[in-house]
Design a protein around this ligand. Structure first.
Ligand SMILES: Cc1ncc(C[n+]2csc(CCOP(=O)(O)OP(=O)(O)O)c2C)c(N)n1
Ligand SMILES: [Mg+2]
Length: 340
């Protein structure tokens, strides 16, 4: 059972009706996408599923708040395999996630060569998502260092799970982001679902909160409830404002749920014991009179139909030709402007 950590009351906020509808729409869109990907996997239209159902209430506010663009003036985004919600909120198309699941040549993230959920979007500074966990935390100080030299307000955002924080890469990020006089504009995010595959948090962590580890490095830290989009928004606003203006690191721990288990390797079945952020937010919106049950059902039906049609299109798209097997494996003239 995911335990949500409550934030300070003063940090609570209530969205305008317009923002609430927008956030809800993206939460439903993301959930329907993940459910479609699971269905594709179970139908044999993909060989593995991993994703982020249960993290929508945090990942969507994150995607909406990123300063999106290419180059050092904008944010760099180093995500992990549960981040579809962030990318949809940034404007990515759900069809492209279906393409990667089906490993078609049309997959814009990897040309049909990588796992589901492993996006890479150069025009928005979204670094390639990796299967080895946590290495994004070793890479993040590099983009942050370049941003600090460049000046401006662009920040580096890096996100991973709780179990991965045992890896040396997490320590690398703590150390390199916080060196005295050379602090870096890095927002370190740990989405804590209290599991590393099947290993419970309690059996692996001596520390009560992962965020507390940042304190030893002089970092600002917070623990927030990622099962509520308004708490997420408040916590992210504070953290992002600090990193953008102070040009120093911040460690944000976010309590989230894991609604379909770890991945297809653990069955990818809905877990009723976890708090479902979408159900909880819908109850809130209905009670506040922002959306009716019928209106919310209509949103879900629209996306379900859209994604079902999209899956039919993707089913007929070609897989990559064998001759492309080494494309993008080594740096080429396309990347460095000259033959190596
Ligand atoms: C370096 C490395 N070690 C082990 C694995 C196998 N592995 C994949 S996901 C995972 C658990 C990650 O748990 P956590 O960091 O809490 O993220 P979550 O999946 O819960 O979001 C492990 C051990 C891996 N992919 N890479
Ligand atoms: Mg975890």
């Amino acid at each position: 059972m995911a335990t949500a950590t409550s934030t300070d009351k003063s940090e609570r906020l209530e969205f305008s009706a317009e923002r609430a509808v927008q956030v809800h729409d993206l939460m439903v869109k993301t959930r329907v996408l993940e459910e479609r990907l699971i269905t594709m996997y179970k139908q044999g239209d993909g060989y593995f599923w991993i994703g982020g159902p249960g993290e929508e209430a945090f990942n969507i506010p994150l995607g909406m708040m990123v300063d999106k663009g290419q180059g050092l003036a904008h944010d760099y985004v180093h995500l992990h395999y549960r981040s579809a919600g962030t990318l949809l909120a940034m404007g990515a198309s759900p069809v492209d996630f279906l393409r990667q699941m089906k490993n078609t040549a049309t997959d814009p993230f990897s040309g049909g060569r990588n796992f589901a959920g492993h996006a890479s979007i150069r025009k928005w500074n979204v670094a390639p998502i990796t299967s080895p966990i946590e290495i994004q935390y070793s890479i993040a100080p590099g983009t942050a260092m370049a941003q600090k030299r460049h000046g401006g307000t662009g920040i580096t955002i890096v996100q991973g799970g709780d179990a991965g924080t045992a890896e040396g890469d997490f320590a690398t990020c703590l150390v390199w982001s916080s060196r005295k006089g050379a602090e870096l504009p890095v927002l370190m995010i740990v989405t804590n679902n209290r599991f590393g595959i099947s290993t419970p948090y309690e059996s692996q962590h001596g520390e009560k909160y992962i965020a507390d580890r940042g304190k030893a490095f002089g970092m600002e830290t917070a623990v927030i409830d990622g099962n509520d989009p308004e708490s997420s928004w408040a916590g992210l606003s504070k953290a992002m404002h600090y990193v953008r203006t102070e040009r120093r690191p911040y460690l944000l721990e976010v309590a989230v749920s894991r609604l379909y288990g770890h991945s297809s390797a653990s069955g990818a079945n809905y877990n009723k014991e976890q708090l479902d952020c979408l159900t909880a937010y819908e109850a809130k919106l209905e009670q506040r009179g922002v959306l009716t049950r019928a209106a919310m059902d209509a949103v879900r039906e629209r996306y379900t139909n859209e994604l079902s049609e999209a899956a039919k299109i993707v089913r007929d798209e070609a897989q990559p030709d064998g001759s492309t097997i080494f494309d993008h494996v080594f740096a080429s003239k396309n990347l460095v402007g000259g033959e190596l």
